[in-house]
Design a protein. Structure first.
Length: 254
């Protein structure tokens, strides 16, 4: 099968949402379609947020009272907004993607890429070895969807079970201008990304070490070589990450 006959789908956070690196991949490889369910500020896992006004917990996409998804990040005590932010995770994104395919809004993917983790908290990584236990998702108490490891395993397996012929890739976050943030990403890669991707036998694309975006040339809170604010790629950064991802996908598929 050639790329022009293949459908391409992605999930991620603000570095993936809209026309960014994945749009470059779509155009460079000539995929038949490109469907993007990424939302800014998202994380892999479900979460509970508590304030003086009450608490909210991530809803499933098919919940009768599903509140929607928000990419908001500024401080707020508004419970309605916080509920939408709690819903902004890969687990819900994938539930939405399955619904969109069922409705005919998205095509069945031949290639699916996850590009999450930039916003994940260091204390939410979870136990990758535990998250890989067992064969089934339903009723598996070892898969904690409130951790990065559990959510990653669930998302990968859910896409694979629904689309057995799809080739799945997991991209690591890129380097940022902040050394402490990069140390957290390095820990994620060693503790969760490598173990879950390997355990699920899907391809890991290491953008952190190999995409060409380097902390040494970026400015915290300002514009550097490839990042507009020390975190988000500007046009040349998007093109660079997209070129690297396209090369990896092309070489690993063919």
């Amino acid at each position: 099968m050639e790329f022009k006959e293949m459908n391409f789908a992605v999930d991620g956070d603000s570095i993936t949402a809209g026309e960014q690196w994945s749009a470059h991949v779509y155009r460079k490889l000539g995929f038949a379609s490109h469907y993007n369910v990424a939302v800014g500020s998202s994380v892999w896992y479900k979460r509970t947020t508590t304030t003086a006004q009450g608490s909210v917990t991530t809803q499933d996409y098919d919940a009768p009272d599903f509140a929607g998804i928000s990419d908001g990040w500024l401080e707020t005590d508004d419970l309605a907004e916080l509920q939408k932010r709690a819903n902004n995770c890969a687990v819900v994104h994938i539930q939405r993607f399955l619904s969109d395919v069922k409705k005919g809004l998205a095509k069945k993917p031949d290639v699916f890429v996850f590009a999450m983790g930039t916003n994940d908290e260091a204390d939410k990584l979870g136990d990758a070895e535990k998250a890989l236990r067992g064969k089934e998702l339903d009723g598996n108490a070892d898969i904690d969807l409130f951790t990065e490891a559990g959510a990653m395993r669930w998302c990968i397996q859910t896409i694979s079970e629904n689309f057995p012929d799809a080739k799945i890739f997991v991209m690591t976050p890129i380097q940022t201008a902040t050394p402490a943030h990069n140390e957290k990403i390095e820990r994620q890669i060693s503790e969760v990304f490598t173990k879950i991707a390997g355990g699920m036998s899907v391809q890991l694309i290491d953008c952190f070490h190999n995409a060409g975006i380097c902390e040494k040339f970026e400015v915290i809170g300002g514009e550097g070589r490839y990042l507009i604010d020390g975190l988000h790629p500007k046009d040349n950064g998007r093109a660079l990450e997209g070129s690297f991802a396209a090369m990896e996908i092309r070489n690993r598929l063919f």
